[in-house]
Ligand binder design. Structure first.
Ligand code: NAP
Length: 302
C-alpha cells in the first residue's frame, strides 16, 4: 500500500500536519519513536500557546492527540525511522519495524537536549545529572540544584525547580540571559533563584551521586566550586535529523523554504528540527499546517 503522506514525529508539528492532511482526505500515517506528544510532554507549564492561559505540556499534548484522532489519523508509536529512500514519485520510509511506501514525507522529529561536555557529566547521568526537570525535579525536594544555561529552557525549568528545591543556582557563561524577557523577570523575582554569571561548568563531581560542580569564570579564569545535589543541563538542542538525506545547516537543522519544502521534492519539514528563527509550540503548529498543505498540493501535481 502506498500512503499519501508519512509524518515522522508526533509532537505539535507532526500532529498538526496529521490533522490538516486528514482534513484534506489524504491517507496519512504518523510514525513516532516514543509515545505521541513530543517534548511538550515534559514541559510543566505552557503559558504562551494562544487560547490556553495556562496548561500543562502533558494536557496540551493529549489535546493535540485527541484532535488528530478525531479526524482519523493513523499513528504508530515506538517506531524509529532509520532512513528515507527517494524513488522519485514515491519514497520509502525505512524503520526498524519495516518499510513504508509513500508519495510524500513530512519530517517533524524535533530536537534532543545537548550534552554539556563537562568532565563527570556522562558518569553521573541519573545520579544527579539530568536534562529534564519535570522528570527528575521530584528527587531534589529541599535540595540545592545547579541549572546550566541562559535560554528559555534553563530559565523556565529553573523556575519549575523552585517548587521542589531549596535553592536553584543558574550558572551562565555570559552576564546576560538569552531567554524571553518575561521569563527573565520571573526568574529575577524568584527569591530561591541566584545567578553565577560569566561562568562555565568544567567538572561535575561526586562519589556515587553529584556532590559539587567546579566552575571557571571565563573573564578571570578563576576556578571555584559549588556544592550541589543536582545539575540540570539546558545548553541548547540537537535536531533529530540524522536519518534524513536532505540539505541541512552545519548543526543538522533541515533547510526549507516558506512552503516547508526541503531540498528533495516530496519531502517536507516542520517544527523545531528545521532552520527557523523561533522554536515554540505556536511556530511548530504553523509549520505543520503549511507542510500538510504543501504535501497536498504536491500530490495533486504528481
Ligand atoms: P538555546 O536558546 O539555544 O539556549 C541555550 C543556552 O545555553 C544559551 O544561553 C547558551 O549560552 C547556553 N550554552 C550553549 N552552549 C553552552 C556551553 N557549552 N556551555 C555553557 N552554556 C552553553 O536553547 P533552549 O533554551 O533549549 O531553547 C531552545 C528553543 O526553544 C529556543 O528557541 C527557545 O526560545 C525555545 N523554548 C521556549 C520556551 C518558552 O517558554 N517560551 C521554553 C523552552 C524552550 P549563550 O546565551 O551565551 O549562547
Amino acid at each position: 500500500m502506498v500512503h499519501d503522506v508519512v509524518i515522522i514525529g508526533g509532537g505539535p508539528a507532526g500532529l498538526t500536519a496529521g490533522i490538516y492532511t486528514k482534513r484534506a482526505m489524504l491517507n496519512a500515517l504518523l510514525l513516532e519513536k516514543m509515545g505521541v506528544g513530543g517534548q511538550i510532554i515534559v514541559t510543566d507549564l505552557v503559558e504562551n500557546f494562544p487560547g490556553f492561559l495556562e496548561i500543562s505540556g502533558g494536557d496540551l499534548a493529549r489535546k493535540f492527540e485527541e484532535h488528530a484522532l478525531k479526524f482519523g489519523l493513523e499513528m504508530k508509536g515506538m517506531v524509529e525511522v532509520s532512513g528515507i529512500e527517494d524513488r522519485g514519485a514515491t519514497k520509502i520510509v525505512k524503520t526498524y519495524e519495516g518499510d513504508f511506501e509513500t508519495k510524500t514525507v513530512i519530517i517533524a522529529t524535533g530536537t534532543t537536549p545537548k550534552k554539556l561536555g563537562a568532565k563527570g557529566e556522562l558518569n553521573l547521568i541519573g545520579r544527579g545529572v539530568s536534562y529534564c526537570a519535570t522528570c527528575d525535579g521530584f528527587f531534589f525536594r529541599d535540595k540545592v540544584v545547579v541549572v546550566v544555561g541562559g535560554g528559555d529552557s534553563a530559565i523556565t525549568e529553573a523556575i519549575y525547580l523552585t517548587k521542589m528545591a531549596k535553592n536553584v543556582i543558574i550558572v551562565h557563561r555570559r552576564d546576560q540571559l538569552r531567554a524571553e524577557k518575561i521569563n527573565q523577570e520571573h526568574a529575577f523575582a524568584n527569591p530561591k533563584i541566584s545567578f553565577v554569571w560569566d561562568s562555565v561548568v568544567e567538572e561535575i563531581a561526586g562519589e556515587k551521586v553529584v556532590g559539587k560542580v567546579i566552575i571557571r569564570n571565563v573573564k578571570t579564569n578563576v576556578l571555584s566550586e559549588i556544592k550541589t545535589d543536582g545539575v540540570f543541563i539546558y545548553v541548547g538542542l540537537i535536531p533529530n535529523t540524522v536519518f534524513a538525506n536532505v540539505t541541512k545547516d552545519e548543526r543538522g537543522f533541515i533547510v526549507a523554504n516558506d512552503k516547508m519544502e526541503t531540498s528533495v521534492k516530496g519531502i517536507f519539514v516542520a517544527g523545531d528540527c528545521r532552520v527557523t528563527p523561533l522554536r515554540q509550540i505556536a511556530t511548530a503548529v504553523g509549520d505543520g499546517a503549511i507542510a500538510a498543505v504543501s504535501a497536498e498540493r504536491y500530490i495533486e501535481g504528481l
